[in-house]
Design a protein around this ligand. Structure first.
Ligand code: SAH
Ligand code: SF4
Length: 401
């Protein structure tokens, strides 16, 4: 296999396709400041020749304008000398991911198809509720983990998103909701879940750096209590997530036996259920006021029996976990190997867990009509290229005669 620098093989695929890991430099040669910390902004200014003392001051001002005020150009930055705007403009930019498509569901859920500067597509979803608004953010283009029930896991192309592309999603949502400058009251975007495309703990550094900016009081200023990171169970990274990011943890458990979890979440072969639950018990900051969410997708005749529900309760008790269980009705997609459990089955499962004193709400699927629901995220890029191939084949056919 090709081993050029910056290329990342995709585990789990028979025929791995190497894809670029780092974002190539922008075609215009400018450095995008979105996603950079104060120190990184300062270093970029100095590298471009700005005198250190001035760079220190400017980096603070730039930070405030970018993350607190949502500025997208230098000319609006009124406390930075006008004469300096062109200098900044020639070297730097304040960008968002490009919007390829924006869709609104009949239930108000919004989905955006976004494109990176090097042409990779990823998605972001906003779910408005009466008392909150949740942005579902992607951490990777595609996902290498291949969970059998998840559409994202079938994408062949995978690339880590950069901190800029992750923070950029939140900034874009703020743009479209008109929520600048950052303010504590009356926001529509109140919560963030790292539950879009990708496995956030396989892109740890970028996710951490991005969320630090999101949580900074003079940045996007969202409290860590309103941010949830969902992992399929990357055990070795969980303690670091608790210590270095400190957000709420959600774990995609989905099964209570080795046999079933090995099948539907293949990562289980590497980090088993007991190991995963022990890591949850040790998760820094988890307590009764901040419970760990266990996500459990309801798959007909696969993981949805009363015995499974009892076993789930036993495991949660065994590890003394401050837990709540989110039951997610399986969202079907074309070609999926599973069906959703019946409503009666889901109710029975939920009751057993609930009667054991553990909250077990059934999550209402949102945005199904625009393929925005959990596990349905898979960019249309692949579908489109298939359609394009078909069109090309037709044209060729027509040309031939
Ligand atoms: N990779 C991370 C976060 C993204 S997935 C993780 O797996 O936790 C967000 C949630 O949606 C996970 O719990 C995932 O298992 C669930 N999910 C995936 N496909 C689904 C589907 N088709 N129907 C319902 N939930 C699904
Ligand atoms: Fe990846 Fe999560 Fe989908 Fe599994 S459920 S394939 S970890 S995005």
């Amino acid at each position: 296999m090709q081993t050029a620098p910056n290329l990342m093989p995709i585990p789990g695929h028979v025929d791995p396709v190497p894809v670029p890991r780092a974002t190539p430099a922008r075609a215009d040669g400018k450095v995008d400041l979105v996603g950079l910390t104060r120190d990184q902004i300062r270093a970029e200014l100095e590298a471009a020749g700005m005198e250190p003392k001035q760079a220190k001051l400017r980096s603070k001002q730039l930070w405030h304008w970018i993350y607190n005020r949502g500025a997208t150009s230098f000319e609006t930055m009124t406390d930075i000398a006008k004469a300096q705007h062109p200098w900044l403009d020639q070297r730097f930019t304040v960008d968002r991911p490009a919007v390829v498509e924006a869709q609104v569901s009949s239930d108000g859920t919004r989905k955006w198809l976004l494109r990176s500067t090097d042409g990779h597509d990823f998605e972001m979803v906003f779910i408005p509720d009466a008392d909150r608004g949740t942005l579902c953010v992607s951490s990777q283009v595609g996902c290498t983990l291949n969970c059998r029930f998840c559409h994202t896991g079938t994408m062949r192309l995978v690339r880590n998103l950069t901190p800029g592309e992750i923070v950029g999603q939140v900034m874009l949502a703020r743009d479209s909701l008109g929520e600048w400058p950052s303010q504590p009251e009356g926001r529509m975007l109140t919560n963030i879940v790292m539950m879009g495309m990708g496995e956030p703990l396989y892109n740890f550094d970028a996710v951490r750096d991005a969320l630090k900016i999101v949580m900074d009081g003079d940045g996007l200023a969202l409290s860590k209590r309103r941010i949830t990171l969902s992992t399929s169970g990357v055990v070795p990274m969980m303690a670091r997530a608790g210590e270095e990011i400190g957000v709420n943890l959600a774990v995609s458990l989905h099964a209570v036996t080795k046999e079933v979890r090995d099948e539907i979440v293949p990562l289980n072969k590497k980090y088993g259920i007991e190991e995963l639950l022990a890591a949850c018990a040790a998760y820094p900051g988890a307590n009764n006021a901040r419970r760990i969410t266990f996500e459990y997708v309801m798959l007909k005749d696969k993981n949805d029996s009363d015995a499974d529900a009892h076993e789930l309760v036993r495991l949660i008790r065994k590890y003394k976990l401050p837990a709540k269980v989110n039951l997610i009705p399986f969202n079907p997609w074309e070609g999926a190997a599973y069906e959703c459990s019946t409503p009666e089955r889901i109710r029975s499962f939920s009751n057993i867990v609930f009667e054991a004193g553990i909250s077990a709400p059934v999550r209402t699927p949102r945005g199904r009509d625009i393929d925005a629901a959990c596990g349905q995220l898979k960019t249309s890029a692949e579908k489109r290229s298939r359609a394009e191939l078909d069109r090309l084949a037709e044209e060729k056919q027509a040309a031939l005669g």
